[in-house]
Design a protein. Structure first.
Length: 311
């Protein structure tokens, strides 16, 4: 496995580093630790570095960036991972996506917010752009409720992964994130909660042709029973896969909108990570990110893994 870890010196990127160590990745894992020095490009490709006409300042910035990455490199090297450092200049989101496209990474790990994002924002602008456009799984890391001003100290705090909430609807996108989770070496003490949301009978109530009330009731009752049976099959299949890996599992079916149901389940079960596919059964193929995934990434209080099929 190859991973692109994005670091910007913020508390959220510190959390991302701790999340990497909590995953207990195998020693063969290659991690590229990337930081981007923000640099605006003006008309004609003009940058301040070009105007200065010297590489001295850029080299000084590169050294400063590598120094900032050193603690992260040391922490990951201690986990027996193969670690490389990379400093780039330009628009952060654009450079992250470029670095990913130039690599063989299957996962981008980054904080849900960065240094320049306002405290009130739940999701930073760079993280939002990357999760929308990256053709890879993206892990947006949090370990505290968004919007708080809690100070994080990497030297004193550790991150543990005790529970993952996997949202699935049986689609190929859900299968992709399920397989990605199964491939990750999560701690064996970890509990995986598999959930699915049911909404179709509510939609059917609105769209059902006008028949007599009793007929409508009978149709909707049959639909609800069939849908719940299918939901149990979907969650049972996923449970068995994780049980075969030695994980403790549980399943839950919630009736309601997918986004709201996932957030409700997260509030009840308090997972360390919510995992879901980039799109669901109703996902439009041309879209890289569905509305449910975007909503969860924006409003969840914990880390969010948005799974995509390996390229």
């Amino acid at each position: 496995m190859e991973i692109l870890l994005v670091v910007d010196g913020s508390s959220y990127s510190d959390m991302a580093t701790r999340m990497m160590t909590a995953l207990h990745l195998p020693s063969r894992t290659v991690v590229t630790v990337l930081t981007v020095v923000p640099e605006h490009t003006f008309l004609g490709g003009i940058t301040l570095h070009k105007l200065r006409g010297t590489s001295t300042r850029k080299e000084a910035e590169r050294k400063k960036g590598l120094e900032m990455l050193e603690s992260t490199v040391q922490a990951l090297s201690a986990c027996k991972l193969k670690v490389e450092s990379l400093v780039r200049w330009g628009d952060p989101a654009e450079e992250i996506l470029k670095a990913f496209n130039e690599s063989s990474a299957s996962l981008i790990v980054m904080g849900a917010k960065g240094l320049t994002d306002p405290l009130a924002f739940r999701l930073g602008s760079v993280a939002q752009t990357v999760m929308k456009h990256a053709r890879a799984s993206v892990l947006l890391v949090r370990n505290k409720p968004a919007g708080t001003n809690q100070t994080i100290s990497t030297s004193k705090e550790t991150t543990n992964i005790n529970r993952v909430l996997l949202a699935t609807d049986g689609s190929k996108y859900s299968d992709a994130v399920t397989q990605f989770l199964l491939a990750l070496p999560l701690p064996r003490r970890n509990e995986v909660i598999i959930m699915t949301a049911l909404l179709s009978h509510l939609t059917a109530w609105v769209k059902t042709p006008t028949l007599d009330f009793q007929t409508n009731q009978e149709l909707l009752a049959r639909l609800q029973a069939a849908e719940e049976a299918e939901a149990r099959k979907i969650t049972a299949k996923a449970e068995k896969q994780f049980q075969n890996k030695g994980y403790k599992t549980a399943s839950v079916v919630i009736r309601g909108g997918a986004g709201e149901s996932i957030l409700v389940a997260a509030k009840e079960y308090k997972p360390d990570i919510i995992a879901l596919g980039s799109r669901g059964l109703s996902g439009i193929e041309s879209l890289l990110l569905g509305s449910v995934a975007e909503r969860i990434a924006r409003y969840a209080d914990c880390s969010v893994l948005i799974g995509r099929k390996a390229r």
